[in-house]
Design a protein around this ligand. Structure first.
Ligand SMILES: NC(=O)c1ccc[n+]([C@@H]2O[C@H](COP(=O)([O-])OP(=O)(O)OC[C@H]3O[C@@H](n4cnc5c(N)ncnc54)[C@H](O)[C@@H]3O)[C@@H](O)[C@H]2O)c1
Ligand SMILES: [Zn+2]
Length: 357
């Protein structure tokens, strides 16, 4: 069992990480609240796999449970799902002294967390993340929200959970595509601030990693929690988490969302950018080779066919662009990322090496 305290004053909370934790979820939530009723928000896949098991665990701790299930998939992280959830929360008679439990991947955490943040102006909530992305990233940090037709995550809030319960064994049923997708973010943590994690990943592959999830998730959550503590509203230091994301988002957008997963875009983005900064002398020699080797080990791409000219139009819409200035995250070496402020006009230089496509 591993615990991480996230220190945010009155919004502080604990992250618990333990194999099999889902079966003790009731005890943990009971230690946080005297309330009798819980609304478990989950998606259709997670509900079919684990819904009953979580409900049994919550019943054992004496809770009355309402399971609110919406169809799985990013396209359901939308306003219509949100309105449906409000109706269901209302029908279930949920009050501000009850708790919402967001049980699923990043889609459930974002949508369920936003419903909790806004229903009755805020019902306390717990995150029980079930994918790699949600266990190492989205369940910690308090960003909740939905997609709008005009863009991803465009409506949302900062709303901290009362606790995060992580059971790494739930990852056993995750389809391999989502394992690789999540590994993009895990490798990113190693690159930007955790050489020990990166070295561990070098020794494993997508099968042997299962023995080490507790440790790996703990290391990622510690990094995320530390950055969130220093920069709750994501205006400064937390930006380092965007390593690989400026190019990654452009790759996702350029090929049409769904062609490359988010993690694949980020993987290629990290490798392409590091290739360039290494030739510029900003990154220690040999870093790109080491990074590409690990990415390939976990089934991730290290480059894409698109030219700099193909990708640039998809970068100008990126939120990291402020006026004519932007911040790129680059590596000094493995384990050490840094912020590089940049005039937007200089950006093309960082997408492809001189003379490349
Ligand atoms: N709030 C944040 O800080 C933050 C950070 C990163 C990503 N996100 C958001 O997270 C979302 C992506 O998260 P995701 O990749 O977890 O997507 P997801 O929630 O759609 O989960 C991926 C798929 O796996 C299924 N699934 C979930 N757990 C499973 C399990 N244990 N076994 C089998 N199948 C399972 C889901 O039903 C879904 O089909 C995006 O919407 C993104 O914007 C938010
Ligand atoms: Zn990401």
């Amino acid at each position: 069992m591993k615990h991480i305290h996230v220190e945010l004053g009155k919004d502080s909370y604990e992250i618990h990480i333990e194999n099999g934790l889902i079966d003790r979820a009731g005890e943990y939530i009971r230690s946080l609240t005297k309330s009798q009723t819980l609304a478990v928000i989950t998606d259709s896949h997670v509900d079919a796999l684990y819904g009953r098991r979580l409900e049994d665990a919550l019943h054992r701790a004496g809770f009355r449970v309402h399971r609110l299930v919406f169809p799985a998939g990013e396209e359901h992280k939308c306003a219509i799902s949100l309105l449906n959830l409000y109706q269901q929360l209302s029908d279930a008679g949920i009050t501000r002294s009850d708790y919402v439990v967001a049980f699923g991947g990043g889609v459930v955490g974002d949508l369920g967390g936003f419903a909790a943040a806004t229903f009755l102006r805020g019902v306390p909530f717990i995150q029980i993340p079930t994918t790699i992305i949600s266990q190492v990233d989205s369940s910690v940090g308090g960003k909740v929200g939905i997609d709008l037709p005009s863009g991803k995550n465009q409506a949302g809030a900062f709303y901290q959970p009362k606790g995060v319960l992580i059971d790494p064994l739930l990852l056993k049923t995750l389809p391999v595509r989502f394992i690789h997708d999540g590994m993009g973010e895990v490798i990113k943590y190693g690159c930007i601030r955790d050489l020990g994690l990166f070295t561990l990943l070098e020794k494993l592959d997508d099968t042997s990693i299962f023995e080490h999830w507790e440790e790996i998730i703990e290391r990622c959550c510690r990094s995320k929690a530390d950055l969130v503590e220093r920069d709750v509203l994501d205006m400064g230091e937390r930006m380092i988490l965007n390593f690989g994301h400026t190019l990654g988002h452009a790759i996702e957008g350029c090929y049409g969302f769904g062609h490359y997963t988010h993690g694949e875009g980020v993987a290629a983005g990290m490798a392409m950018l590091t290739g360039v900064t290494e030739t510029m002398g900003l990154t220690r020699p040999g870093t790109t080779e080491r990074l590409c080797k690990v990415l390939k080990q976990y089934g991730l791409p290290t480059d894409v066919d698109a030219t700099a000219a193909d990708l640039i139009p998809y970068i100008s819409n990126d939120k990291k662009m402020r006026g004519n200035h932007m911040t790129l995250i680059i590596l000094k070496e493995i384990g050490q990322g840094r912020l590089l402020p940049l005039a937007a006009d200089d950006l093309p230089k960082y997408i492809r090496k001189k003379g490349a496509k």
